[in-house]
Write a protein that binds this ligand. Sequence first.
Ligand code: ATR
Length: 265
Amino acid sequence: MNKKFLVIGNPIEHSLSPKIHNHWIKKNNLKATYDKRLLKQNEIQKLILDLREERIHGLNVTVPFKKEVIPFLDILSDEAKNSQSVNTIYKNKNKIIGDNTDIEGFKIGIEATGQTTKDKVVLILGAGGVVSSIIIALKKMQTSKIYLSNRTKSKALEIKSFFPEIEIIEWGKTTAFDIIINATSIGLNEKDKINLDYEKISQNKFFYDVIYNPKETFFLRKAKKFGAQIENGKMMFVYQAQKAFFTWHNILPIVDDEIINLLDT
Ligand code: ATR
């Protein structure tokens, strides 16, 4: 039987998930297809029914539905529950299960850079859907302190209600940090800028951007110029996909240069 997988989101055109999953499907000689679908909020229920009735065998979920899908699922993994964010859905023993592989994707992606995170101070910019996953990963990585700053303060405070140990700082201000993470969408557009005193704060620091297209946002480019180590979100994306693939197919697909280069083309 040909198994059917989908990534859902809105917008969805930019998604590279079909590219990476179809590559691994082919490499492993599986009978499966992976497509993307632009979805409206009121179509989620029907799609979950398709999964229940096995017309579809697995879903990835992207912005803005990672939280919205939750009411339609039977069981959440601990990671999905703790983050209130689902990016991978499947059926097991007649139950529809929501999982979150972004947490592990972020963690493995950072570990692969060789950066130490234990006992480090982290400043996160942004309070969108991915931030709770990043906080959970950072806690697992034993960072010592997490600061969060977001333009809309109420959204930062909402995240703090789930993670009381984090500290909120005003948008536009910074604090002493070892690692700074851009989790805003600023930089998706090449001319977007995050205004920071890069010259003063970059030296020997680690700048991480969740964005990987463009490869080097203004945030990363400027920080590199003033002596920072930098990394974009590409490996987070690759490793969240690897874990989702394992969940559905019980095969851990290989992450190699071929797969990394595939995402550049
Ligand atoms: P979602 O909330 O759907 O997950 P997202 O794209 O993941 O959205 O998150 C967008 C993030 O980028 C938010 O933190 C947003 O800040 P607000 O909460 O104030 O909207 C941030 N962001 C986007 N454009 C921005 C800008 N021009 N200046 C500052 N922050 C911006």
